[in-house]
Write a new protein. Sequence first.
Length: 343
Amino acid sequence: MRIGMLTGGGDCPGLNAVIAAAVKKGIQHHADEFVGFLEGWRGVLENKTMPLTLAAVDGIILTGGTILHSSRTNVRKIEGGIQKCVETLKANKIDAIIALGGDDTQSVTQALIEAGVPGIGVPKTIDNDLFGTDACFGFDTAVMIATEAIGRLHTTADAHNRVIVCEVMGRDAGWIALTAGVAGNAHVVLVPERPIDLDHVCALLKYNYDHGKHYGIVVVAEGAKLPEGQVIKGSKLDSFGHAMLSGIAEILAQKIEEKTGYETRSVNLGHTQRGGTPTAYDRMLATRYGLAAIDLVHKGEFGRMVVLKGTEIKSITIAEAVSQNRRLDDSFLEILKGLQPTV
């Protein structure tokens, strides 16, 4: 078979491991040919390609980013976009397409499937909020990076008797904030699933200062809502209608300092969470996804996305995967309550 592959949306560690695994199994076990479309769905629209050979993928499991590059291109918003993609795939004699991406990328995959293109999805989101899977590759790496950063903030906050508010990724779900916050021993963790209670935040910090620890670490997801219900976002929208979120930590730091009198600073970890070498866990998970994607192709089970359920790789329909976000439920939020003092 002649199989196309692409990576869409934000990059994350582990993309190259998926590509390498799929190509290796496809070529070595099925004599497949692979065409990589560059820059996500833009590459399909504009017919930008590269051959994916065994030599091309050798050793890329060790690296972050994606050798196929990426973009946030919403084909559905471009007049005639879906038909143009179908024509490009036909021109390249593609028998099936494997798309690596989150709900936005997979919504385009689903549209192409409905247009008759045999497609398979592989879940990719640094936020770990894609519905139907217990884990997305890249999340573990992001958490490790954030946890290390939070650990470093403890010493400088302690040295200056400061509060430091650390902003991490998480548009609609607080998986990174919760996991890195707990692992990094943050005193306060704020997530999009619950509006910020500024009085409670300040009471927790005051508890620290009253009990001999004259500093505080607050971890906040970029999509957390201020007491007024406001999400801090920029004026520009991407092609999927999402505003860039950034700045909640800075605003929150100002409010904490005004309310408590404690000197407060903010740090935004930003794209450092996406960069660099993936962890061993992410390399293994991504590899399993890549192998499973090829298996689905050769079983003819199109319109599905590979997922992790417990420790097993399964699959669900792409339509189900993009139907909603996977958010923190009460059982995870109870972790925070159990670790924090009653104030």
